[in-house]
Design a binder for this molecule. Sequence first.
Ligand SMILES: C[S@@+](CC[C@H](N)C(=O)[O-])C[C@H]1O[C@@H](n2cnc3c(N)ncnc32)[C@H](O)[C@@H]1O
Length: 265
Amino acid sequence: MNKTLSKPENVEQPDAAAGCSAPPCSVFAGVELRKGDSIEVLQTIPASHVDAVVTDPPYMIGAISTGDSSSKAGSWVDLMNASFWYREWMGECWRTIKPGGFMVIFSNWRSVPMLLKACADKKIPSTSLAVWDKDWIGPAGPSQLRPTYEMILFCAKDGAKIDNRSRSDVFRHKWMACHAGQSGHPAQKPVPLLKELVELVTKPEGLVLDPFTGSGTTGIAALQAGRRFLGIEADDQWHALALERLQSAADPMHAMQRQNDQALP
Ligand SMILES: C[S@@+](CC[C@H](N)C(=O)[O-])C[C@H]1O[C@@H](n2cnc3c(N)ncnc32)[C@H](O)[C@@H]1O
């Protein structure tokens, strides 16, 4: 793994996946971050290129709460579209994973049926549905129980192995809303949770792909675990935030410089 610290550049690098020649694409110190639509960028990544996909996609919460019954499909129309979309990006992710690799996807009770349907449609074998105990009680409507957990689906290619044979399927890490250091992204996950996941499903120097990078948590965890990272994010604001956080994670000098700049009057 190239540990040399350098400024991000919008140029193609020798180990960059095909398609990284066009900006905006930043490559530095084991990180490649692309701005764009996940499916479009995934289609440029060669088959069997990454060791694992670890990702936290949009849960499509609005998909069943819009109540739009103006079409023939009624209020299910949004969910049907979402299901189709899940199937497409999951199929693309699966294609990019090497034999023996894992795909690890966050979900909640609303999105988990879409995940399982996509697995069935694309013949992707799911091997565990783990629980993330958020050590925090969230808000809920009058007819709901207050939520404390999310789910994490594991899918495995032939030959995949989890070396830690004592690891159970419940992960307990405090939800970011309770932490100092919240980046501003509303769905930011805890770095220690992502680090644990990355370490479970890859070996040192392995390449981890996250097609829904958000604020860059999976990438930071990958760097902390001595892995490499390939990220995709569509939103301008979150892409800029992820770039900033990943640069700071890759280069402590960058983080210090930024703190100094912010402290200046
Ligand atoms: C649940 S958030 C990920 C949060 C991340 N795990 C973190 O800790 O910050 C999902 C991200 O996917 C991005 N996204 C949504 N649709 C996308 C698409 N079609 N292509 C790429 N990124 C997309 C959103 O902008 C959002 O930042």
